[in-house]
Design a protein around this ligand. Structure first.
Ligand code: NIG
Ligand code: FE
Length: 408
């Protein structure tokens, strides 16, 4: 049974005193069998039976649960650096979208890319994430927007999932924007999504979640409700891109349909906060999107004080969040959202797992859960998130397998 020794401090990710308090084990050890954690505790108490086989050393590092990036748009063709400059020069995200740029530009580039090219790009992103300690990744479709292209993106995610120890969770985001071919008949597109895509995705178990971008220029509350209910009828758990650029009732809809999460929420209303708390919906904060679009961040303190669990994710996509560097997003969640390092650590592990309905599977280092963890060259969570550097992660284990080890 493999063991990890020489851990100066282990963060279990359990939250017996709430997300603001870390549960720590000093001088710890972990043993795992196959893809499951078998034992965690003080190294001095490690049963001898666990120490006979493969031994790994944390070299006096900090061990945290494998990071969970619970919101990414992993597969896309091309990039949009031109829009980065256009926004700096004063054009808004919605104006760029209205002239055919934005998501529609990536849709064109994604449709033009071969499956092989998309696979290579995703694999490179996933390898980069492994180096940062990320062991679970939610991946949305949403840049295909035809029956064939959306199914192809989800099939690609299935292939990636089967080939990698990292856990890849797929989300159908066919309702990202209305594609150009349906511009003047949006009801037909909603019908394509609810009548064909959702049933096929559900029947083939190609995704676990169904997401809708509720926004001016994207989908209305009524359309989103229709799509999410169709998803639920076919076994897909609802999620929403809500209240990002305008306050449109997305958080309230998330509460109404019992969504696993509502994401973005920079413009959430007070009623939205209350209703999400009552319904137990996780708020997913996406600090990169706020940063790149020059927006005030999501009101994390208001949400946390109301009892809403707050996760932190990258939103990795070529427009509003062109980075998969989750630890940097976590530092931004501390500084921009005024979340404490402990709240942020939980937000990118146990709470993020809950946003993916994986609460009993990953996100904390507990016997029986998936053997997903990362070793950091840092003295504490506080110091790790404070001292921003390219990468503090020296070892990443996903489902019991080493997916990254720093040399030297
Ligand atoms: O989460 N808000 C909608 N979707 C993405 C942006 C995608 C894009 O700009 O390509 C987001 O920010
Ligand atoms: Fe997004």
């Amino acid at each position: 049974m493999p063991v990890l020794l020489d851990i100066a401090t282990l963060v279990t990710g359990k939250m017996p005193r709430g997300p603001g308090h870390l549960d720590l084990v000093p001088e710890a050890a972990i043993a795992w069998q196959g893809d499951r954690i078998a034992w965690v505790g003080p190294a001095a108490e490690l049963p001898a039976v666990f120490t006979r086989e493969e031994r790994h050393s944390a070299r006096g590092g900090l061990v945290i649960p494998g990071l969970v990036d619970c919101h990414t748009h992993l597969a896309f063709g091309g990039w949009r650096a031109d829009e980065f400059e256009a926004r700096i020069r004063g054009e808004s995200y919605l104006e760029i979208a209205a002239r055919g740029g934005g998501i529609r530009s990536t849709v064109a580039q994604t449709r033009a890319a071969s499956r092989e090219e998309l696979r290579r790009r995703c694999q490179a992103h996933l390898a980069g994430m492994a180096r940062l300690g990320v062991t679970t990744i939610e991946a949305k479709s949403g840049y295909g927007l035809t029956l064939e292209h959306e199914l192809a993106l989800l099939e690609l995610y299935r292939e990636l999932r089967e080939a990698s120890p990292q856990r890849i969770v797929a989300t159908l985001l066919a309702a990202h924007v209305v594609p150009p071919e349906y511009q003047d008949r949006r009801a037909d597109y909603v019908e394509l999504v609810t009548g064909q895509l959702v049933p096929q995705v559900g029947a083939r178990a190609l995704a676990q979640f169904c997401d809708v971008f509720v926004e001016e220029g994207a989908f209305s509350i009524a359309e989103a409700r229709q799509i999410l209910l169709a998803g639920q009828a076919h076994g897909l758990i609802p999620k929403l891109h809500a209240d990002q650029l305008t306050s449109g009732g997305g958080a309230e809809l998330a509460a109404e349909v019992g969504a696993a999460s509502a994401d973005h929420l920079e413009c959430i209303s007070d009623a939205g906060v209350r209703q999400m708390a009552a319904a137990g919906v996780v708020a997913v904060s996406l600090p990169f999107a706020s940063l790149y679009l020059g927006q005030a961040p999501l009101p994390a303190r208001r949400l946390l004080e109301a009892g809403v669990p707050v996760a932190v994710a990258t939103d990795f996509n070529p427009g509003s969040a062109p980075s998969y560097h989750l630890p940097v997003a976590m530092t931004l969640a501390c500084t921009m959202q005024r979340m404490t390092p402990a709240e942020v650590l939980h937000g990118a592990t146990a709470v993020a797992a809950r946003a993916l309905a994986l609460g009993g599977v990953t996100g904390s280092i507990v016997p029986g859960l998936s053997a997903d963890f990362a070793v950091l060259e840092a003295e504490s969570v506080n110091h790790w998130l404070y001292h921003l550097r390219e990468n503090a992660c020296v070892l990443t284990v996903a489902r019991g397998q080493v997916v990254w080890r720093a040399t030297a």
